[in-house]
Design a protein around this ligand. Sequence first.
Ligand code: AMP
Length: 192
Amino acid sequence: MNIILLGPPGAGKGTQAQKLVETRNMVQLSTGDMLRAAKTSGTEMGKMVAAVMDRGDLVTDEIVIGLIREQLEAGGDHGGFIFDGFPRTLAQADALGALLDEMGQTLDHAVELEVNDDILVERILGRAAEAVAAGGTARADDNEESLKVRLMAYYKQTSPLLGYYYAKGDLTSVDGLGSMEEVEASIAGVLG
Ligand code: AMP
């Protein structure tokens, strides 16, 4: 089973993806994690995307589609892929459809985590404060300024995907505002 988790930054996509990895042996493909790893290890690509990411804008479709293609081609024995933070544009959605087709695979569900924008901002700024309090460092883009850009990128570039997957008959929306366990149960209800 292959699924997409859709929703704005801070909606809980990463947390829920992690749960599905644990409970269903699925593989989480987070383009954000892949890009942060490239940034940290200082690869050419990492250097290229660093400023764009810190600002909160989207990196090019070409880069993220390339990252996803590599992961899909790596294959392996598992319970399917969870696309987390990908696709984020219509071009990426089309590319994902084509890649899955090429591999003889299908997309089974696009699950939207519905949240309230005021709560998102609180969650993300809270996540940054917690990281610092724990002696670590916050994500470079977990600050008010980048957050505004990330939310705008979501509404301008990513939210059209809700209509795209609705029209394909793949979309289900769940309430993303409950506890972690409640959201997990709602997603389980969709996946069956
Ligand atoms: P995330 O961890 O999913 O919030 O992603 C962090 C940042 O990585 C985003 O703000 C973008 O700059 C970049 N990014 C992650 N995934 C994508 C994607 N699918 N398309 C374009 N940029 C992405």
